[in-house]
Design a protein around this ligand. Structure first.
Ligand SMILES: [Zn+2]
Length: 744
């Protein structure tokens, strides 16, 4: 984002905040000049644009979702609340202890909120706006025409267009009522006879059918906990003789549904038991056999960490980025201690490059996904604004929590930055009371930016894709920050793969950089402070803090010169850098090296040197001897904190202080090719292995390695034999990338 765009964003946020504060002056007032039924009808027709069918991008200007000033959701059962009518509502007031019962009388529409117009028992009318629901849910399923709703603790407010609206921020405050519900006023739903649970066996049989059928409805609605309990309640006992021959078939069906629900809740042992039990009743059930097989595979992944990442990667694409796989967390545990009181620790030794854990996303909003629209989300409570999939991520997460209490508790366990009051995720009126403000606070602190499809596809142009996908991975969120760290994440679909960037011993805390480490340390600290509310005190930052102020000023000035130099002298395959230009780069490098004294940075990464260091290595690779290239490559690695030595046919590499980024892979591969040119095949092979391992750690899989680094073996072979000239070689040469990593 440019400086002027950033200023505009700040202005917009400030304007929204002032508007919200100004409207508070009307608190407690009665609404005047309320629109009539005809006016509301007209305004609905005006707003009815084809938004629900559009993909969003490019067709409409970006919409803004404002996270208003926080208040908690209702935690009182509906029948204990006192009824209130539309005419009694006061502006900018949260009517605690009250419930409004209304009937919708138009077709709903959706902008940022889902809206409809409603009438109450006094035949008064107004607008109802429900926020924070999954945009992939059609508005007709949220506020259908002619349905009756109870709104707990209704919030009534004036709208920008001069009208008014009953606003629901916590979807758990909105309940759709059956016409049979005794709380529905007769004026809204004339009743004609009430279904009573009787003692006849015919009714008992009907009840089993109803539960069994409701289980499948709940499965489709992703209300897995309800689906599972409905399915199990619908099991017909042996003593119920009336069911006769049908009993086994029906119970198998119910067990199958319970199994599917448990599968979605990632309770694979329970799922397996249900499927196996179903198969004892109907041994030839093909669906059940297939689900059982899948469940066994998940159990194996979960307990043994056996994944075929290539196969998984081959199946993901922009339309199918949610993979049917499970988390593997066997090598890690969350416990007290570490850099900030609680963290994720290893339960065994882990070697550099090995998988530490694999985690399936708890909730991921892919930018390519249907129903994902680009919003700005402005949080007036935290003065934070994000654009991209952040709003969709909030809506999806809220949707997941509303009907799955165990999932809500998992998410609420994460840091919310001291948000108060805490939500306890209790169930009232069959809905989990989800505090959307607290949920947003948790997402802001624990979200990750991720690849749209897979990390290795995003090597280039990453900067243009910053507004892309985001999600939450609960266990990975427990990993604390360190600029260099010992772990790195990559993505295949919604699967996050975390690998070790260095050898890690049993019982160590896992640490991962949250954001890009900048050449100027105060920028790194600023971004950490703004996004997560802390500053870093890792070994790199501790050394940076000790840099003298004169050295710091020197660094800042040279950093600007380096940036200009790198912009002006991009490497190209058609033109080599001249001797003078290389000479200038060398001088610039020496000047920048000055402030990175051995006293402070002897083994630590020198972040400000990395890009220029790689530029030099690339320049030498087209114009200098292999020995010089190797030396330059080792210098790049040294600037990244790797201590590398090539002795005889051996590579020794000390990664204690290393900072892994793609530059490291480039440097290793430059060194590898130069070794090949010198005829040192053993060194070449060893370095190539290291390069591949770093690449896989960074991108999650080897896909794209050959394409990026050519086919080094055959290419080096032909080059050494002098079959093709330097010009032809350059086409296949390694191209340096400048790359930054950004975390939401
Ligand atoms: Zn740090």
């Amino acid at each position: 984002m440019s400086r002027s765009e950033a200023e505009d964003v700040v202005k917009l946020l400030e304007h929204q905040k002032q508007t919200a504060l100004a409207s508070k002056h009307r608190k407690g007032q009665k609404a005047t000049n309320k629109p009539t039924r005809q006016m509301l009808d007209f305004s609905m027709a005006q707003h009815r644009t084809p938004l629900t069918t559009a993909t969003g991008a490019g067709m409409y200007s970006m919409r803004t979702c404002v996270v208003s000033f926080a208040y908690p959701p209702s935690t009182t059962p509906l029948k204990q609340l006192q009824e209130i009518t539309l005419s009694q509502l006061k502006l900018e007031t949260n009517h605690t202890g009250k419930a409004l019962i209304v009937r919708t009388f138009d077709h709903p529409l959706r902008h940022v909120a889902t809206q409809n117009i409603v009438e109450d028992k006094e035949v008064n009318v107004d607008r109802l706006s429900v926020y924070n629901l999954d945009p992939s849910m059609p508005p007709e399923t949220i506020l259908p025409k002619g349905a009756i709703f109870a709104i707990k603790q209704p919030y009534y407010k004036a709208t920008a267009d001069g009208g008014y609206s009953v606003r629901v921020d916590h979807p758990s405050d909105l309940l759709q009522l059956d016409v049979e519900n005794t709380l529905v006023p007769a004026e809204l739903a004339p009743r004609c006879g009430v279904f009573q649970e009787g003692g006849h066996s015919g009714e008992a049989s009907l009840r089993f059918d109803l539960y069994r059928n409701r289980a499948i409805v709940n499965l489709y609605l992703c209300r897995y906990e309800y689906a599972c309990s409905d399915a199990l309640v619908s099991l017909i006992p042996d003593s119920f003789e009336e069911a006769g021959d049908r009993r086994e078939g029906l119970n198998s069906k119910a067990l199958y549904r319970a199994g599917r629900a448990e599968y979605h809740l990632e309770n694979f042992t329970a799922a397996k038991n249900h499927f196996e039990q179903a198969l004892t009743l109907t041994p030839e059930d093909g669906d059940c056999k297939r689900e059982l097989q899948k469940t066994k595979e998940r159990l194996q992944e979960e307990t043994e960490g056996l994944f075929n990442f290539t196969a998984i990667s081959n199946l993901v694409n922009a339309k199918r980025n949610k993979v049917d796989h499970v988390s593997y967390l066997g090598k890690v545990e969350v416990r007290a201690g570490g850099v900030c009181g609680r963290g994720l620790f290893t339960r065994c030794d882990i070697k550099a490059g090995d998988v530490i854990m694999v985690e399936k996303g708890f909730c991921v909003a892919f930018s390519s996904e249907a129903g994902t629209e680009t919003y700005r989300i402005m949080n007036l409570n935290t003065n934070r604004m994000d654009s991209g999939t952040h709003a969709t991520r909030l809506f999806k997460t809220v949707g997941k929590l509303l009907y799955n209490q165990s999932q809500a508790k998992r998410l609420l366990d994460l840091s919310d930055g001291e948000y108060t009051p805490k939500c306890s995720a209790h169930i009232f009126d069959d809905v989990v009371s989800v505090d959307t403000f607290q949920t947003q606070a948790i997402l802001e602190r624990n979200g990750f930016a991720c690849a749209d499809v897979r990390s290795c596809d995003e090597k280039e142009d990453r900067k243009d894709k910053l507004s892309s996908s985001t999600g939450v991975w609960i266990t990975a969120s427990c990993i604390n920050h360190a600029c260099a760290g010992n772990a790195w994440r990559s993505f295949i679909g919604d699967l996050m793969i975390i690998r070790a960037t260095k050898d890690i011993s049993k019982g160590s805390e896992l640490l991962m950089p949250y954001a890009v480490v900048e050449a100027e340390n105060n920028k790194t600290q600023d971004s950490l402070q703004k996004s997560w509310g802390f500053t870093c005190d890792c070994s790199i930052c501790a050394a940076e803090k000790k840099v003298s102020s004169s050295h710091r000023t020197q660094c800042e000035n040279i950093t600007k010169e380096i940036d200009t130099f790198l912009t002006d002298h991009k490497h190209s395959t058609s033109a080599r850098a001249s001797k003078t230009v290389i000479n200038n780069a060398e001088k610039l490098y020496c000047r920048m090296k000055g402030p990175y004294t051995d006293e402070l940075f002897q083994y630590l990464p020198c972040v400000g040197l990395i890009n220029l260091s790689l530029w030099l290595c690339t320049a030498y690779s087209t114009s200098s001897s292999p020995a010089k290239v190797i030396h330059a490559a080792i210098t790049v690695l040294r600037d990244l904190g790797y201590e590398v030595q090539l002795t005889g046919s051996n590579v020794t590499i000390d990664r204690t202080h290393a900072y892994l980024e793609p530059t490291a892979v480039h440097a290793v591969m430059y060194a590898a090719q130069a070794c090949y040119q010198q005829g040192k095949r053993d060194l070449y092979a060893e370095l190539e292995e290291i390069g591949k391992e770093m690449y896989v750690t960074f991108y999650g899989e080897l896909r794209g390695f050959e394409k990026t680094y050519g086919a080094p073996k055959c290419f080096a072979e032909t080059w050494c034999e002098g079959v093709i000239g330097v010009g032809a070689m350059e086409e296949k040469r390694i191209l340096p990338y400048t790359y930054t990593v950004t975390v939401s």
